[in-house]
Design a protein. Structure first.
Length: 176
C-alpha cells in the first residue's frame, strides 16, 4: 500500500454476513384463531373438531437482506406448519390452518384440535395449548455463497376455553 493511502475496506464473505444478519432477526411467536366459539366465554366444545389457524401475525416466511461493502446476503426462513399440543386433547395439523367460514366449512381445514374434557379444572377455566413453528433457513449471497443455517423454532402457549354440552336422552313414551 502506498504511504498515506487509506486501508482497503475489509470484505465480509457472504456466509459470515448471512449469519450476522440472521443473528439480528427476531421472528414473532405464533398467534391463532379457532372455531367454534360458543357463548360469552367464546368456548369451543369437548369432542368437536375445533378448527385452528395461524393469524396474520404468524409469518410463514421471513426474508432478510444485509449488505456490507460489495457483498449482499439474503436469508429466507420458511415454515411449513403449526405444531400444536393441547393439555387435554389431540391435535392434527399439517399446515397453518384455514380460518373457519361457512364457505370454508365445505372445503375443510388442515389444522384441528379435538379436546377430551372441559377447561373447568384449569386456572381461569381455559385449556393451555402449546404452539410451535419451526423455520428452515437458507441463504444466498452475491459472492456466490449459499447454504443452510440451523433451524429456528418459536414457541408460545395460549389458552382456549373448552366447554361441554350436557344432554339427557329420554325414551319416548306413549303419552301424548
Amino acid at each position: 500500500m502506498p504511504a498515506g493511502s487509506a486501508a482497503p475496506e475489509p470484505v465480509i464473505d457472504g456466509a459470515t454476513l448471512a449469519r450476522a444478519a440472521w443473528d439480528a432477526v427476531t421472528i414473532p411467536t405464533a398467534t391463532i384463531g379457532y372455531n367454534p366459539m360458543y357463548g360469552s366465554m367464546q368456548a369451543t366444545i369437548v369432542g368437536w373438531d375445533t378448527w385452528v389457524w395461524a393469524t396474520g401475525d404468524t409469518p410463514k416466511e421471513v426474508r432478510v437482506t444485509a449488505t456490507a461493502g460489495p457483498v449482499t446476503a439474503t436469508i429466507t426462513a420458511t415454515a411449513s406448519m403449526l405444531t400444536l399440543q393441547p393439555k387435554d386433547g389431540v391435535a392434527k395439523c399439517t399446515g397453518f390452518g384455514i380460518p373457519w367460514s361457512e364457505d370454508n366449512d365445505r372445503i375443510g381445514t388442515d389444522c384441528v384440535i379435538i379436546f377430551d374434557r372441559s377447561s373447568a379444572h384449569f386456572k381461569d377455566n381455559t385449556t393451555p395449548v402449546d404452539i410451535k413453528v419451526t423455520y428452515a433457513i437458507e441463504y444466498t449471497a452475491t459472492d456466490g455463497a449459499t447454504g443452510n443455517l440451523n433451524t429456528h423454532t418459536t414457541s408460545t402457549t395460549t389458552t382456549i376455553p373448552v366447554a361441554e354440552i350436557q344432554t339427557i336422552i329420554v325414551r319416548p313414551t306413549d303419552e301424548q
